[in-house]
Design a protein. Structure first.
Length: 572
């Protein structure tokens, strides 16, 4: 197969030579950037905020916050004070102690960030929830984690079945005119009265810090627990992959309800002392470009779906804004189609750098580093100090170019430490030999680049040919009529499976039999005859997770008239 390559991104100082770093990198040395590597007693929030507040970065802006109503900024010094206040409020009125689960269910706002940091300062375990969750999803998570405290807003409290949650003792309401009765406490009022000083709870590096619920292909959502030790990897990946430097203005578009919004919306940028832009409100292409221009964003971390939505908003729109501050763009969460990278080159004159990781891995594992040539369609190479391999179902390492399970050797610093309340589930991720099995299939080429093929259960076998749905979807997206595409294997008595594509069209295109045939030919001639979808169905919109992944299993359920399973992570 011929692969195109794109040259390296210039101007990064962190990782000059990947090959050299890969040989010599050692996590034991890497952790020495933190003084606690000696003492063992640590707190993430101290390292992310207070350490800078006590340094030359004291008056540097840590948080720029903007939504339709608010436009605020906070220095590291102010973030220290506000997070201390939040810690005091949670301790005094919620009796929060080390190890307690504190859940946060609200849209992005400065108070959300003060609360996360304040709770972590007390040694509590924070559980962030998407504001889009409805009652069932909220209940599942609060119940399973036995959350003691919840921080939410007047708009969302109606979705919390308070009477059915015996462990939930205190509910802080962030809003105005809050009536304080029973478990309800007025968060803003208490914050206004709180003390600026707080005794930080120094914890062990292996103590719990954050609990992210994520859904698998079966069963209820599972709680993935991360510990303070993860900061070693958050820090180094923020340096090497995000390439964060002293003068950067960084914007991660993810919500903290998703791991990207915590690992790289909170920890990575602040551990490195970077100015972090957070925006609230709904997605609108104009607003996004305006955000880049107004704040002078230099490093921008987003997701393929967002890029594709910007892409379909048209190239003319891009030209209305001054985006010249951008120097490094990254993507995560789903396959980054070569088409999107080419678009990025065209409109931003920048490569979009892919990163691969999971809620369970806690931080980047594979990336297209600034210093590497990018092969569009490949996720890049493993982070130094992390052993990644393609293994078969028994844990045998496969040679280059063979498709198999994307696996990671146990022991990277930010690896999940527990599935909450479910040790069997946790163990089921690992094969003998210490391989963590990601559930993704991929292959590694001769140069060590890793090529994503799909979730293991999504791979299509048609007439004996193995087809990765991603490849077909990428090709479909290159067709001018197509805005979104999801591809599944549909059982077929003759061929095993046939390829069925669900597509949403760009504005100005109408569904028709002619268009179907044209699309089929497009894939047939552009990719391979066996990869061309035999069936095509037009949809207004495809089912996606909040993190932007097309939910193929929902498409499959539609197609086969089966129950769609857990939909709590589906976008509204
Ligand atoms: C998918 C974590 C292709 C993959 C940030 C993984 C990707 C799942 C990429 C984890 C990428 C993530 N290319 N697929 N660069 N990054 N994925 O835990 O299937 O919500 O197993 O997100 O997202 O999803 P999670």
């Amino acid at each position: 197969m011929k692969v195109e390559t794109l040259p390296v991104t210039q101007g990064s100082y962190n990782l000059k030579d990947y090959e050299e770093a890969y040989k010599s990198f050692d996590w034991k040395d890497a952790e020495k950037v933190f003084s606690w590597a000696e003492t063992g007693k640590v707190n993430m929030a101290y390292e992310a905020i207070d350490r800078h507040a006590e340094s030359f970065r004291k008056n540097k802006v840590a948080l720029f916050y903007r939504d339709e109503k608010r436009n605020e900024k906070y220095t590291f010094y102010e973030m220290k004070k506000w997070s201390n206040r939040a810690g005091n409020v949670l301790k005094e009125y919620g009796n929060v102690e080390k190890g307690d689960r504190v859940f946060i269910f609200m849209p992005r706002s400065p108070e959300l960030y003060f609360s996360v940091l304040g709770a972590i300062k007390l040694g509590a375990i924070v559980g962030p929830l998407f504001e889009a969750f409805m009652e069932g999803a909220v209940k599942d998570r609060l119940e399973d984690s036995e959350a003691k405290v919840l921080i939410t807003t007047p708009d969302l409290i109606g979705r919390v079945p308070v009477d059915e949650l015996p462990h939930l003792k205190t509910i802080f309401i962030v809003g105005s005119d809050v009536e304080e009765a029973g478990p309800f406490v007025d968060f803003n009022k208490k914050m206004a009265e709180a003390d600026n000083d707080l005794d930080i709870e120094w914890v062990d590096r292996e103590d719990g810090m954050i609990l992210h619920y994520t859904s698998g292909s079966t069963g209820r959502p599972k709680g993935v627990l991360h510990v303070h030790n993860a900061m070693i990897q958050h820090y180094h990946t923020a340096r090497w992959v995000l390439d964060l430097q002293e003068t950067d203005i960084y914007w991660c578009t993810a919500d903290p309800g998703w791991v990207t919004g915590t690992s790289y919306g909170i920890f990575g940028p602040w551990l490195t002392g970077t100015s972090n832009v957070i925006t609230g409100g709904r997605f609108k292409p104009e607003n996004w470009y305006q955000t880049i221009e107004d704040f002078g964003i230099t490093v921008w971390y987003s997701a393929p779906t967002a890029f594709r939505m910007l892409m379909s908003a048209g190239d003319e729109l891009v030209k209305k804004f001054d985006l010249s501050s951008l120097r490094h763009i990254l993507s995560v969460g789903e396959p980054l189609n070569p088409e999107v990278i080419r678009w990025g080159m065209k409109v931003f004159n920048k490569r979009i750098h892919d990163t691969w990781w999971m809620t369970e891995t806690g931080a980047h594992v594979i990336a297209n580093y600034p210093c590497m040539e990018i092969k569009p369609g490949s996720m890049g190479k493993p982070f130094p100090g992390i052993e990644v391999a393609i293994v078969d179902d028994q844990g045998n390492v496969l040679p280059p170019n063979r498709m198999g399970n994307l696996a990671i050797k146990k022991g990277w610093p930010s690896m999940m430490r527990q599935i909450w309340n479910n040790p069997e589930k946790y163990e089921s991720y690992f094969l003998p030999g210490g391989w963590y099995i990601s559930g993704d299939s991929a292959y590694m080429d001769e140069d060590g680049y890793i090529w994503f093929q799909g979730r293991v259960d999504d791979v299509i076998m048609t007439s004996g040919e193995r087809v990765g749905p991603f490849e077909v979807e990428s090709k479909l997206l290159e067709h001018p009529a197509i805005a979104e595409a999801g591809v599944i294997g549909k059982p077929d008595p003759v061929r095993g499976e046939i390829i069925k594509a669900f597509v949403a069209l760009n504005e100005g295109y109408e569904p028709s039999e002619e268009l179907k045939e044209e699309i089929r030919q497009f894939v047939k001639t552009g990719l391979a005859a066996h990869a061309a979808p035999r069936e095509i169905e037009f949809k207004d919109k495809l089912p996606k997770t909040r993190s932007g992944k097309i939910m193929r299993r929902v498409l499959k359920a539609w197609e086969l008239d089966l129950p769609a399973g857990d939909l709590s992570t589906m976008e509204d």
